[in-house]
Design a protein around this ligand. Structure first.
Ligand code: KG4
Ligand code: ZN
Length: 338
């Protein structure tokens, strides 16, 4: 079975083809970062217009590079939410139009399920049940994953997502966008002992997160300094990264102990963070558990994860009408189990 995946939920156009016999046979990604850079964040209208320009040519290129013609394709998967409504509508309209023209099914995929299933594309995929930590620019969630599509929310951020906090702190430090990789890069040269930032909500029971206070703590630290110099930026980035990673470690360890499960899957843009992977790797091995994550290029938004999630659902016969419908807000635990 061959499935085209289309990802257009935010500022990346991703198109990929997943072949159930051969794996990924095309995987194209175009990032709009340059278009949004001057604004310090994603401008929704610019994002939608650019997805319109890029998606069809990328689908064509993916077919050419994989030596496929439309007759070889069995289904189309597109991101139906959560995300920016205009951007989602571009991917869904194209997917449904091609489905109608080619006489094949198109299926809307939950963006976060796509992130989660990206770990299945690695050499050593996880098996159910497991705990999933979904950490992206819009979500910080701990889920119990019993099976495909059977997700129980255990805890989530009550305010900013971890990735969002990275992006905002990067802005405060005068670093580029997206902030996560920039903060991580600056943190490498930082002194771990100069500042200690709080680990929010770790003294309270439960599995929720909060990163908004930590962000304010960073702002106050910056304001207390007379000038923000290179070493200050590195030291603050380092203390911030340590605080986010340590907070996540505490909550993940708690989720594993609370559920008695012994596998942890991390996914979403922030799961590309090397410090987070190291710390969670040590925590899981200390507890006789195993850590899984997607390959680095599949942690952030991409079409491959949508193609693969689409394959999982289309292969069991899941289908939907040709109506164009997207969900900018969409709780993951409302998905139909497969
Ligand atoms: O999953 P993603 O590409 O898009 C969403 O679904 O939101 O995640 C993007 C987020 C951004 O906030 C970005 O700053 C963060 O992931 N990110 C990182 C790293 N790479 C990307 N955060 C920390 N360290 C990284 N290496
Ligand atoms: Zn994402």
């Amino acid at each position: 079975m061959k499935v085209i995946g289309i990802e257009t939920s935010c500022d990346e156009t991703g198109v990929a083809i997943y072949d159930s016999n051969k794996g990924l046979i095309a995987d194209l990604l175009y990032s709009q970062i340059q278009l949004h850079k001057d604004y310090g964040g994603v401008v929704p209208e610019i994002a939608s217009r650019d997805h319109i320009r890029k998606t069809m040519p990328m689908i064509h290129e993916a077919l050419v590079m994989s030596n496929c013609s439309p007759e070889d394709i069995d289904g189309i998967a597109y991101t139906a939410g959560p995300g920016l409504i205009g951007a989602l509508l571009v991917g869904s309209s194209i997917a449904k139009s091609l489905a109608l023209a080619w006489g094949i099914p198109a299926l809307g995929i939950h963006h976060m399920e796509g992130h989660l299933l990206a770990a299945n594309l690695s050499d050593e995929p996880p098996s159910h049940p497991f705990i999933a930590l979904l950490v992206s620019g819009g979500h910080t969630q701990l889920m119990r994953c019993e099976n495909y599509g059977n997700y129980e929310l255990l805890g989530e951020s009550v305010d900013d997502a971890a990735g969002e906090a990275f992006d905002k702190v990067a802005k405060m430090l005068g670093l580029g966008y997206p902030g996560g990789p920039e903060v991580a890069k600056a943190a490498k040269k930082g002194d771990h002992n100069r500042f200690t930032f709080p680990r929010p909500m770790t003294n309270k029971p439960g599995l929720n997160f909060s990163f908004s206070g930590l962000k304010t703590f960073v702002l106050n630290t910056i304001n207390d300094l007379e000038h923000l110099e290179g070493t200050d930026i590195a030291d603050i980035a380092c203390a911030f990264e340590d605080a986010v990673v340590d907070t996540i470690r505490i909550k993940c360890e708690r989720a594993l102990k609370q559920t008695g499960l012994n596998s942890l899957v991390i996914a979403g843009g922030v799961s590309a963070n090397l410090c987070l992977r190291d710390v969670l790797g040590m925590m899981t091995s200390k507890n006789d558990c195993k850590l899984y994550y997607p390959e680095t290029n599949l942690c952030t938004d991409n079409g491959a994860m949508i193609a693969y999630a689409g394959y999982q659902r289309l292969s069991i016969g899941q289908s939907e009408s040709l109506e164009i419908k997207v969900r900018p807000r969409w709780p993951l635990n409302e998905l139909v189990a497969t």
